[in-house]
Design a protein around this ligand. Structure first.
Ligand SMILES: Nc1ncnc2c1ncn2[C@@H]1O[C@H](COP(=O)(O)OP(=O)(O)OP(=O)(O)O)[C@@H](O)[C@H]1O
Ligand SMILES: [Mg+2]
Length: 169
């Protein structure tokens, strides 16, 4: 597994390990969604990428692959959409328009986290101090008009104790 040192704070280090890296066209998106679901280690997924790169398009495909028949649309004005599945719900946030983290706290953003539901968040950078540390991230990059690439990664907090145990540092 490939480890990248992302950030250090206090005595702990945040490690980002890559779970999947793929270049895809819109026609391949159902297969991309299945590959993501086979590899995720969290049900909270953070979608990073420029405006119009394909975050909502990928979420549509993931919602379908999880088994919901609900229509997926960008929740820009409602901030959150809920989609039903046979098991857990899927909450889809678009934080593009929130002014600050207090606004997210005021609509109860934190109550959606740390449950057994799926939580998909577009523009997570607008609430970066409120995000669960063990969420998975999906970064999408624009390659050309029809191709995108994405990287799925998981975050692990490495404390001094488990660093020696797990990674022989
Ligand atoms: N390979 C591809 N993967 C995803 N989208 C693609 C691809 N090729 C073309 N597209 C197009 O790019 C657009 C992506 O729009 P989408 O709304 O998903 O972006 P977004 O990242 O959610 O934008 P925003 O930041 O405004 O929420 C769609 O029109 C889609 O058809
Ligand atoms: Mg979107």
């Amino acid at each position: 597994m490939l480890f990248k040192l992302a950030k250090s704070f206090f005595d702990n280090i945040l490690i980002m390990s890559k779970l999947l890296e793929i270049t895809y066209q819109i026609e391949d998106i159902a297969s991309v969604a299945r590959q993501i679901l086979e590899r995720v280690s969290s049900k909270t997924l953070l979608f990073y990428g420029d405006m119009g790169v394909g975050k909502t398009t990928l979420i549509k495909s993931l919602v379908k692959a999880i088994g919901s028949h609900d229509d997926v649309s960008s929740p820009t004005f409602s901030i959150v959409n809920e989609y039903a599945t046979k098991a857990a719900s899927i909450y889809h946030f678009d934080l593009y328009r929130i002014q600050d983290e207090e606004e997210a706290l005021n609509f109860g953003f934190e109550d959606y986290l740390y449950t057994s539901n799926w939580v998909f968040i577009e523009w997570p950078e607008n609430a970066k101090n409120l995000l669960p540390e063990d969420a998975n991230s999906i970064e999408i990059f624009h390659k050309n008009t029809t191709s995108r690439s994405l990287k799925l990664s998981q975050n692990t907090i490495l404390t001094q104790e488990n660093a020696i145990e797990q990674h022989k540092i």
